[in-house]
Design a protein around this ligand. Structure first.
Ligand SMILES: NC(=O)c1ccc[n+]([C@@H]2O[C@H](COP(=O)([O-])OP(=O)(O)OC[C@H]3O[C@@H](n4cnc5c(N)ncnc54)[C@H](OP(=O)(O)O)[C@@H]3O)[C@@H](O)[C@H]2O)c1
Length: 285
């Protein structure tokens, strides 16, 4: 059997970077996708050295932009005949309301539509692998919110002073709903799809927001968070462990399946979210 091929988004920092390092050490071929080309090329160089693995490449894409998601998916499909593992990990919180250059609210664009579009564009390459895995990094922050289909792009939510947090919670709920809807569509095929909570992890997460929110997160992380090495364990488990071969449509925490919030399991909402996501990604074709 040849080397496994794996695409990891957000692999230039935090738990994505640790995941890349561990999978690189296994001798896997890695495509690391993030937005900053200079940082990404440097990280890929360092990982090739540390992992003694020449098959680690960086691909630049701002994943909040559908044109970049499509470009990177095309590049991957042209470069690799098959894809064994796709780890949708890149994500962020935006404390203030922002739109992408394509006119979509940024939390929803990066944290959900990117997972949805990239995965769908790569399904043929995943199907070409003997037993492929899609790993969606969600969060326990999904608990306690629901998707408001009348306000899918969080406009009303951001009127609340905690709006950025609620938009983030909804995006992480969407990650689990998407995982479940996808695993239903892939039933009987060779692709599993699971979501996970990595823990509260000391990373660069939220720091780009500046101000009191970033300061609060930073204090919380200093005293209450686990290391990125520990935080990466569940996604590495889902990407590599023989124990999860064939397991699909589950939500994991601490490397074990866990029941998500019941709102993540509502099939009609999952299907509605799928349809909305399809609509919102169609025009960028
Ligand atoms: N940290 C936690 O406590 C925690 C808890 C639950 C869930 N999570 C989830 O874990 C995942 C990883 O978070 P983390 O804590 O490791 O965060 P992080 O340290 O901030 O790393 C985020 C990664 O995503 C990349 N990224 C951000 N925006 C991007 C964009 N527009 N296009 C492409 N790449 C982009 C970053 O690239 P740059 O290197 O260019 O910044 C970086 O590589 C996220 O999905 C997050 O929601 C984190």
């Amino acid at each position: 059997m040849g080397r496994k091929v794996c695409l990891i988004t957000g692999a230039t920092d935090g738990i994505g970077l640790v995941t890349a390092q561990e999978l690189g050490k296994l001798g896997w071929t890695l495509a690391l996708v993030s937005r900053n080309a200079q940082k990404g090329e440097r990280i890929a160089r360092e990982l090739r050295h540390v992992c003694r693995n020449e098959e680690i490449y960086f691909k630049q894409a701002d994943l909040s932009l559908q044109r970049d998601v499509r470009r990177v998916a095309r590049d991957i499909a042209e470069t690799y005949e098959s894809l064994d593992v796709l780890i949708n990990n890149a994500g962020a919180i935006f404390w203030k309301y922002q739109k992408t250059a394509e006119g979509i609210e940024k939390t929803f664009a990066l944290n959900h539509l990117n997972y949805f579009l990239l995965t769908n564009l790569l399904l043929d390459r995943l199907r070409a692998a003997p037993a492929a895995r899609v790993v969606n990094v969600a969060s326990m922050a999904h608990r306690g919110v629901s998707i408001d289909f009348e306000d899918i792009e969080n406009k009303k939510v951001y009127e609340n002073f905690r709006g950025g947090w609620i938009a983030y919670q909804r995006s992480k709920l969407s990650n689990i709903m998407f995982s479940n809807a996808l695993s239903r569509r892939l039933e009987g095929q060779n692709i599993s799809c699971n979501a996970l909570h990595p823990g509260f992890v000391r990373t660069r997460f939220a720091k780009d927001n500046g101000g009191y929110f970033a300061a609060l997160v930073s204090i919380g992380m200093t005293f209450g968070a686990i290391s990125a090495e520990k935080g990466a364990k569940t996604q590495i488990h889902l990407a590599t462990s023989p124990n999860v071969e064939g397991v699909t449509g589950k939500y994991f925490d601490l490397c074990k399946p866990k029941e998500p919030d019941s709102r993540a399991l509502n099939e009609s909402d999952q299907e509605r979210l799928w349809d909305v996501s399809e609509d919102l990604t169609r025009s960028s074709r």
